[in-house]
Design a protein around this ligand. Structure first.
Ligand SMILES: [Zn+2]
Length: 351
């Protein structure tokens, strides 16, 4: 498809967003267009073309399979009205630092915290394409501890332990940063660190690390390795803390973001998806059109397979303590609203 344009492919402002998607049916049609921009293609057999059935589903003219726009995507079997999904997604995408479930529940007057929480987590889960391009050029790599209980926060709001997290960031010439990647690692062993580098950095790149032995042997995987020794830096009279300025910058931005937007209340088990969200935002920090990010998130959402509620609340890491699943209660009503007819004109005269 041609490059997406504001006001045609995606709403450019909150005003346009509200005008485009007043009803659940409008949202559904947008998802249909995003999933099948050139018309229905059968997800079972790949045959293009089908009949639209009376109940809104499609029947493939090739294999006879019946399916719906939302089946097989993260919207599969959702009972939450699409107007709610779209509003949550809009706020998630256009907010420079994202949103927390609690603040969004209040802003949108959605009764159920769990509903907002689950939508936000599903959106986070689709952000990273498995086939995404790895980092290249000059890439700094280091590990740091992220998350866990911060001193000064009362009531145990920040649950869980600090998690050893690997960070990689492209260093641009003559200055500036490119894209970043972050992921928790089991330990600082050479197996864990090498597998992080292989997953996230393109062979042929120059990997810049400190002198930690866990990074030895990167050359064998096709990398150029620039090892920077703290001791050597001190001997030269340089600040050893500034050996890897890129990863330190990312680490402090990510920690500040977790404490700011999410108030530090991030479960260890969910840290990986928050790190994915951070990297998604950081890597698009220069995007001037926030509406475009709304489009990108929904585009990823219709291309991503279903995510069961149980998968969201289960711990992705076998060692971490599983978080208590939020109780699932009733589903919120649609955000479709009939026009209230200028209520301010209906105030009876008091005098
Ligand atoms: Zn088919």
């Amino acid at each position: 498809m041609e490059r997406p344009r504001a006001s045609t492919h995606y709403p450019k402002s909150l005003g346009e967003f509200q005008a485009w998607f007043p009803t659940d049916a409008d949202c559904l049609d947008y998802l249909e267009w995003l999933r099948w921009p050139c018309g229905f293609v059968c997800p079972s057999c790949g045959h293009p073309g089908g009949w639209r059935l009376g109940d809104g589903r499609f029947m493939c003219t090739g294999c006879g399979n019946r399916t719906s726009v939302m089946a097989g995507t993260i919207f599969d079997r959702t009972r939450t009205p699409l107007t709610v999904w779209f509003s949550v997604c809009w706020h998630f995408a256009v907010g420079k630092d994202g949103v927390s479930a609690l603040s969004l529940k209040r802003t949108l007057e959605i009764g159920s915290y769990q509903t907002v929480w689950a939508i936000l987590h599903r959106l986070r889960s689709v952000l990273i394409r498995p086939e995404r391009e790895r980092l290249c050029g000059k890439v700094e790599v280091d590990e740091t501890y992220i998350g866990g209980k911060e001193s000064g926060l009362s009531g145990g709001r920040a649950k869980g332990k600090k998690v050893l997290t690997c960070i990689a960031i492209e260093i641009l010439e003559p200055k500036g940063f490119g894209r970043c990647r972050m992921a928790p690692v089991a330990d600082a062993s050479s197996e864990s660190l090498h597998s992080f580098v292989l997953d996230n950095v393109e062979p042929g790149a120059t990997v810049i690390t400190d002198a930690w032995q866990g990074y030895r042997g990167l050359e064998k995987n096709g990398y150029m390795h620039d090892r920077r020794s703290q001791r050597a830096a001190s001997t030269r009279g340089e600040d050893p803390g500034e050996l890897l300025p890129g990863v330190h910058r990312i680490a402090s931005l990510a920690k500040r973001w977790l404490l700011g937007t999410h108030q530090g209340a991030v479960d260890t088990a969910h840290l990986p998806s928050y790190l994915d969200e951070f990297a998604f935002r950081f890597n698009r920090r220069r995007s001037r059109s926030r509406g475009m990010l709304f489009y990108r998130v929904l585009e990823l959402a219709v291309a991503h397979g279903p995510i069961r509620y149980q998968d969201l609340v289960m711990s992705p890491s076998p060692k971490a303590v599983p978080p208590k699943p939020p109780r699932q209660r009733g589903h919120p009503p649609s955000l479709e609203r009939p026009s209230p007819g200028r209520p301010w004109r209906q105030i009876p005269n008091s005098g």
